[in-house]
Ligand binder design. Structure first.
Ligand code: FE2
Length: 379
């Protein structure tokens, strides 16, 4: 990758299918990528019948499937290794992930390591793979992570109790399928957490040091869509307009972070996920207002602009309160204390957050004391 101080980098996924009924096209869209698929998903989605529908569609397109359904939230190195083992010896030549961020991230690393060899941990960092991974078709069933279009995978290393961020052009899915009809039965808690993840992606990409005109368009529109649709999607899960709005927000925010990346909220949330296995979107939702306060002085105009999306004056000092109100309406706990974090965890969390690569595009560098203060206020 060649980058200069002035060049804008745009990372775009090869193909995205978006809309009601898009899942019906899975077979034809996966056709040509392989003959034998390893489907990476979780047991809950198998139980809903969605995975069966997908494997039938693949079969109709001449693609046999093996199903690995052991993905759990905050996927680990061990889960990736189990996924590779599930496909080994079966001539797998295409991956299909069905689910949210966890399924896609796990599948991305199965695809990369199965094709390139070595250990999952070898790929931590930016563009470490020597060659392409197996092609991946990502079927999204949540609305928020953007993992179906992104060049990132986040995998927990339970030995080191940290979340590894793998940023690699070679993990971008070849096909992303976003069908809002698959999200109508998403539980309220998942709708809330994934929606707040999308919101955090959009706000952080807009404030990022790597933001560009292109990513700004996507970020601002994503914030607008989350503000308009999140509460409705939680309270009325069968409202297709709200579900479609949230899925679009997820897509736009995912495209934005592909090029603009994120910031300190994600660094602090990754530390919480790694140490205490807490839900990513919930951690982001609680931390985001506090990080906006810490960053405000260095990106004043940008936070002022974001504040206008929630109504009222262009005053970024009011943005944290607007974000909190949205969180309240979504049923988000007000503080980290409510999800089991204590003051005693903070020193360890601070070290992990400072080492996280997503800190690098935060609008300003944060010191150890800054990060500790954010955790304290967010308790
Ligand atoms: Fe995220």
């Amino acid at each position: 990758m060649i980058a200069t101080a002035t060049a804008t980098e745009l990372f775009l996924p090869p193909f995205v299918l978006f809309g009601r009924g898009a899942l019906d096209q899975l077979g034809q869209r996966a056709h040509g990528f392989g003959r034998r698929a390893l489907v990476i998903t979780d047991r809950g989605l198998v139980a809903t019948g969605l995975v069966g529908r997908a494997t039938e569609a693949l079969q109709a397109a001449g693609i046999d499937s093996i199903v690995f359904d052991r993905v759990e939230p905050n996927p680990t190195v061990t889960q990736v290794e189990a996924g590779i083992a599930a496909g080994a010896g079966h001539g797998v030549d295409v991956l299909v992930s069905i689910g949210g961020g966890s399924a896609h991230d796990c599948a991305k690393m199965v695809a990369l390591v199965a094709a390139n060899g070595g250990d999952v941990r070898d790929y931590e960092g930016t563009d470490r793979a020597a060659g392409p991974g197996l092609p991946l078709v990502a079927v999204n069933t949540t609305a928020g992570t953007g993992a179906d279009v992104s060049r990132f995978a986040v995998i927990s290393d339970t030995e080191r109790k940290m979340k590894m961020v793998i940023a690699d052009r070679r993990v971008v899915p070849a096909v992303a399928i976003n069908d809002p009809l698959t999200t109508t039965r998403m539980p309220k808690a998942v709708t809330m957490a994934s929606g707040l993840d999308a919101l955090t992606h959009a706000v952080e990409a807009y404030a990022s040091t790597a933001a560009s005109d292109f990513t700004d368009l996507l970020s601002l529109r994503a914030v607008e869509l989350v503000n308009r649709h999140l509460t409705r999607a939680i309270e009325h899960g069968d409202d297709l307009d709200a579900r479609e709005g949230m899925m679009l927000a997820s897509l736009y925010a995912g495209l934005a972070i592909n090029s603009a990346l994120v910031g300190a909220t994600h660094a602090l949330a990754h530390a919480l996920g790694a140490l205490l296995d807490l839900p990513h979107g919930v951690c982001n939702g609680i931390l985001l207002p506090h990080v906006c306060v810490a960053n405000y002085a260095s990106r004043r105009q940008r936070y002022d602009k974001l504040a206008t999306i929630f109504g009222g004056a262009a005053d970024g000092k009011r943005l944290p309160e607007s974000l909190r109100r949205l969180g309240d309406r979504a049923g988000l706990p007000r503080g980290l204390g409510a999800i089991g974090v204590t003051r005693a965890h903070i020193p360890d969390l601070v070290e992990r957050a400072l080492a996280d690569m997503t800190m690098s595009t935060n609008p300003r560098p944060l010191t150890r004391a800054d990060v500790a203060a954010i955790y304290e206020r967010a308790l």
